[in-house]
Design a protein around this ligand. Structure first.
Ligand code: DGY
Length: 321
């Protein structure tokens, strides 16, 4: 009986066990209500044929070498910087991810962060709960307008485009920096204008990060690039933490080099730079991009479908590469 290892339980995906059972799979869940430790995941996978991995699981050459039966690793995320693509290719292991199904949920979180920072939502709520709301005041917690401002995107894939649609809905102008120009229909729909990174940094009122984490994008937003932003700019990151040099961001914020930041992802996740924790101009979420009940259930179904396809000798729905 093929063995499928689930790195951690996915309780919101009720069809999972049934689907696995009807296909004759032994399903082993490594961790319940917490993330799997690297050693226990490796141990469980020694004789496994399929793995559903979380973005916090590092699946590298050493891991794959310890799991000789593995035929497929289905990453329960759209990002896959935790997987070693070259090592998997060498070992003949198929890798899959969960694109499309989490696009709208993640775009929503980017916008939640943007509104939270621009309109000082968190500060307002905290003030009220602390009993400091003593009546309307003309100067209380003034934020900044989004209408008419430039929404700048680094990366214009699916999630970038969905976030840009929201920006258009808020009356913003969309400028983007991407390796390739987007399709003419998408550019027309969003009235999107392509820019170089330097141009984008200088123009953006909001800079939203939507590129994958690769060696090229690691610390793409370093001290030098953060210094190119307008002092009124807001940075949003829902992609991967290490795209931003977190220490440089703290420094830039404390010097007033940008107006604020909304972050869902961190350079050393789950650790967050202490300098961010103490700032009022920063809104921080615990990597909630795809965290809706609906999206997480569909992600589970897609990851399972990918495993079942590979184990049946078929093409998975969403292979990586
Ligand atoms: C992903 O799927 O890569 C996201 O980071 C999850 O929120």
């Amino acid at each position: 009986m093929p063995k499928l290892v689930l790195s951690r339980d996915l309780p919101f995906a009720p069809s999972f066990d049934l689907a696995a059972a009807t296909r004759g799979l032994e399903v082993v869940t490594v961790a319940t209500g917490r993330s799997a430790q690297p050693e226990e995941l490796r141990e469980a996978c020694r004789d496994a044929h399929a793995l559903i991995s979380m973005l916090s699981d590092r699946v590298d050459a050493d891991f794959l070498a310890a799991c000789p039966e593995l035929r497929v690793v289905a990453n329960y995320a759209v990002g896959y910087d935790n997987l070693d693509l070259a090592a998997a290719r060498r070992a003949g292991i198929v890798l899959t991810n969960t694109p499309d199904v989490l696009t709208e949920a993640t775009a929503d979180i980017a916008f939640a962060l943007l509104l939270g920072v621009a309109r000082r939502v968190r500060e307002g709520e905290r003030l009220l709960r602390a009993g400091h709301f003593h009546g309307w005041r003309s100067d209380m917690l003034l934020g900044s307008e989004l209408h008419g401002r430039v929404f700048g995107l680094i990366g214009m894939g699916r999630i970038g485009a969905a976030t840009a649609r929201r920006a258009r809905g808020f009356g913003m102008r969309v400028h983007y920096c991407n390796r390739n120009p987007v399709a003419p229909e998408l550019a027309a729909e969003l009235s999107a204008e392509r820019r170089s990174l330097d141009e984008l940094l200088a123009e953006a009122d909001v800079l939203s990060v939507h590129c994958p984490l690769t060696p090229e994008t690691h610390h793409l937003l370093n001290a030098e690039r953060l210094a190119q932003l307008k002092p009124s700019a807001i940075l949003i990151n829902t992609a991967r933490g290490p795209v931003v040099d977190e220490a440089a961001l703290v420094d830039a914020l404390s010097r007033g080099a940008l107006r604020g930041a909304g972050l869902d992802v961190y350079e050393h996740e789950p650790r967050v730079h202490p300098g961010l924790l103490e700032r009022d101009d920063v809104m921080l979420l615990p990597h909630l991009g795809s965290a809706t009940t609906e999206t997480r259930a569909v992600m589970a179904e897609l990851a399972l479908a990918n495993c079942l396809a590979v184990l049946a000798g078929e093409q998975p729905k969403t292979p990586i590469g």
